[in-house]
Write a protein that binds this ligand. Structure first.
Ligand code: BMA
Length: 341
């Protein structure tokens, strides 16, 4: 097995369970046996939590959770945990404010990501801006969230920030879309010197001919910096005669120019097969939004929304997943810049 290095802070208390001895899955990624880690009605007024993101914070863990209120409107709730498995979800929505500290709430907010760049945490979500678009807020203490400029024009979803600047700029993946259930979609990357002005837009990768990602794809967890490149867990969607099926895929992007796909796994890494993934508000959805990873041990815990109803947890090891992605890599013309290669 190759020696792959992870460049990030060690997180010795990363949640973990060893791979079961009798696990027959092809990809080296396995579910937590006590899934789902967040079940229905997790807080007063919140019917379901899914598609949520977590980070290590002061020896513990904090997360931003997509909570579907009992009136059906999604919002973002803060949660805290000692072990990153058992979560206390606040009953209050996050109160977003503007630069002057005045309340500034989106009409709705869903599919949040949470990424630390330098000394600041950025929560990024999908919201209404005359249709589906991306919202961002910054926070130093994970208590007060100050909204900053919306990065992109509508329609867009699945914005995922890289955990460090590249060549001096903030870097963000996104997935231009329509304002509905979007039967198309590729991953693009954009840069910003200040988190206000975004440009240098590049295509990263498109849907593929593999059935599980043949309709559309979208960024998932914040990319993990490794000696092989940026390790990206994303979602790929198949359009079946019975609706969309969301699986988790893996790719490795060039470390200095993440619009270049170095490796892309032709196989899904995780696809709906457990009851909490196959059955729920929207069946057959595995939707990754975050990882917690430990650079010392190479352990990676992946947080994913399941069936738009639950939060699931899966595990992998850096060496094993990188080897698997590399040995099943198929990079196609949909992964290259038009007119460049
Ligand atoms: C996408 C998003 C996700 C959701 C998925 C499956 O378009 O809205 O929040 O998990 O559909 O319903």
């Amino acid at each position: 097995m190759s020696e792959v290095k992870m460049f990030s802070e060690p997180v010795p208390n990363v949640p973990w369970q060893d791979r079961p001895a009798n696990d027959n899955h092809d990809a080296p990624i396995w579910r937590y046996t006590e899934n789902p880690i967040i079940g229905r009605n997790p807080a007063k007024g919140v019917a379901r939590i899914f598609n949520s993101a977590v980070v290590p914070f002061e020896g513990k863990f904090v997360g931003v959770f997509r909570g579907e209120q009992v009136n059906g409107i999604p919002y973002i709730y803060l949660g805290e945990s000692e072990d990153a498995i058992h979560w206390n979800i606040s009953e209050e929505k996050i109160k977003f404010v503007d630069e002057n500290g005045e309340e500034f709430m989106p009409i709705y907010a869903y599919d949040p990501r949470l990424v630390k760049v330098e000394d600041t945490y950025y929560a990024i979500w999908c919201q209404d801006f005359y249709g589906a678009a991306i919202g961002i807020a910054k926070s130093k203490d994970l208590k007060t969230f100050v909204r900053i400029e919306n990065p992109f024009l509508p329609f867009n979803r699945n914005a995922v920030l890289f955990p460090r600047k590249i060549n001096g700029n903030f870097v963000m993946l996104s997935r231009p879309s329509d304002s509905g259930h979007t039967p198309f979609g590729d991953i693009f990357v954009s840069e910003s010197p200040d988190m206000v002005y975004w440009g240098k837009h590049r295509h990263v990768m498109g849907k593929s001919s593999e059935w599980w990602e043949s309709l559309k794809i979208g960024g998932g967890a914040a990319p993990i910096e490794t000696s092989e490149g940026w390790l990206l867990f994303y979602h790929g969607v198949a359009g079946t005669c019975n609706g969309y099926v969301y699986s988790i895929g893996g790719a490795i992007l060039d470390i200095d120019n993440p619009s270049i796909v170095k490796y892309r796994c032709e196989n899904f890494l995780l696809t709906p097969e457990e009851w909490y993934e196959e059955r729920g508000f929207v069946p057959n959805v595995c939707f990754p939004c975050a990882t917690i990873h430990d650079s010392e041990s190479g352990k990676i815990a992946i947080y994913y929304g399941a069936a738009d109803s639950y939060v699931g947890l899966a595990f992998t090891k850096l060496d094993e997943i990188v080897d698997y992605i590399k040995s099943h890599s198929v990079v196609t013309t949909s992964d290259t810049e038009i007119g460049r290669r």
